[in-house]
Design a protein around this ligand. Structure first.
Ligand code: C2E
Ligand code: MG
Ligand code: MG
Ligand code: MG
Length: 282
């Protein structure tokens, strides 16, 4: 096809592909600069304990404070960071920043940090986490690492060894977006996770079809059966919250309770408490 273009050695290709590639390369370069220039920030979304109604911890969620484009959500750049490998230093920065903040708050809160596949499989992940814990003075039991099923998709002995080493540090391991992957049940037997996060897509459907409700109930029971805590993500209304509480789900997270907040607002929320009572489990 290059020849068809006139034999000058240039390839003709779909211009939309070219645009996409240019955008991706541009984004990768911009992101690296942004990272170096401290344009990344963490927002913190509270998780509420459904037995006490209190804030039990936060999930740290990264954002890119772009000088021209405003707040760029992680789904617009985490993929590129993964593809270029920038996720490794970026992820370490997120972990360090989140641990530092948890220590600064000085309360026995749990801080959850997302760990991507690339980070998980990069060298000695447990060694990296141990270093960050030591650098920040974060008590291991207060750190929760959230990993999606895709992290465990390559069910190799090497990955199992990584999980075992992470657990040995005393950190809490959560399976994020649970229910959206494949052999979830097999993984649960093999990988010793502490927390199941019920994916938002299931929470979304609560209050409608009874089949959806049965599915979520099964996940909560599964967690109980395997000695894992359950967290529901993406709770947006009272009905969903009431159903999850009645099912015995342990922790709740979602816009109904609070959006992810900049650090100042999260600190204020901690000091004042939630502006409304969260009904607790009987
Ligand atoms: P996730 O870990 O499943 O995080 C939950 C996402 O759901 C967050 O989106 C959060 O803002 C959003 N959310 C929370 N409550 C609600 C709700 O009630 N309704 C709706 N519609 N959404 C809700 P966010 O911050 O855009 O993050 C998206 C994903 O990006 C995260 O999904 C996570 O996979 C990834 N991510 C975020 N920060 C990091 C990070 O520091 N490192 C890595 N590796 N991934 C990250
Ligand atoms: Mg998460
Ligand atoms: Mg999630
Ligand atoms: Mg999710």
């Amino acid at each position: 096809r290059a020849k068809d273009a006139g034999g000058d050695g240039y390839r003709t290709y779909d211009p939309s592909m070219h645009d996409a590639l240019t955008r991706r390369l541009g984004l990768a370069a911009d992101l690296r600069l942004a990272f170096e220039q401290d344009e990344l920030v963490l927002h913190y979304q509270p998780k509420v304990d459904l037995r006490t109604g209190e804030i039990a911890g936060f999930e740290a969620l990264v954002r890119w404070r772009h000088p021209a484009r405003g707040m760029v959500p992680p789904l617009d750049f985490i993929g590129v960071a993964e593809a270029t490998g920038l996720i490794v230093p970026l992820g370490r920065w997120v972990l360090t920043e989140a641990c530092r903040q948890a220590v600064a708050w000085g309360r026995p809160l749990r801080m959850a940090v997302n760990l991507s596949v690339r980070q998980f499989e990069d060298g000695d992940v447990a060694g990296m986490v141990a270093e960050v814990l030591a650098e920040t003075g974060m008590p291991p039991g207060q750190l929760c690492l959230e990993m999606t099923e895709s992290v465990l998709l390559t069910d190799t002995d090497e990955n199992l060894a990584r999980i075992v080493s992470l657990k040995a540090l005393g950190v809490v391991l959560a399976m994020d977006d649970f229910g959206t992957g494949y052999s979830s049940l097999a993984y649960l037997r093999r990988f010793p996770m502490d927390v199941l996060k019920i994916d938002r897509s299931f929470v979304d459907r609560l209050g409608g079809e009874t089949e959806d409700e049965a599915l979520v109930r099964t996940i909560v029971r599964l967690g109980q059966r395997f000695g894992m805590h359950t967290v529901a993500e993406g709770i947006e209304n009272e009905t969903q919250l009431a159903i999850l509480r009645e099912m015995g789900c342990d922790f709740a997270q979602g816009y109904l309770l609070s959006r992810p907040l900049p650090v100042g607002d999260a600190t204020e929320l901690l000091e004042r408490g939630l502006p409304f009572p969260v009904p607790v489990r009987a």
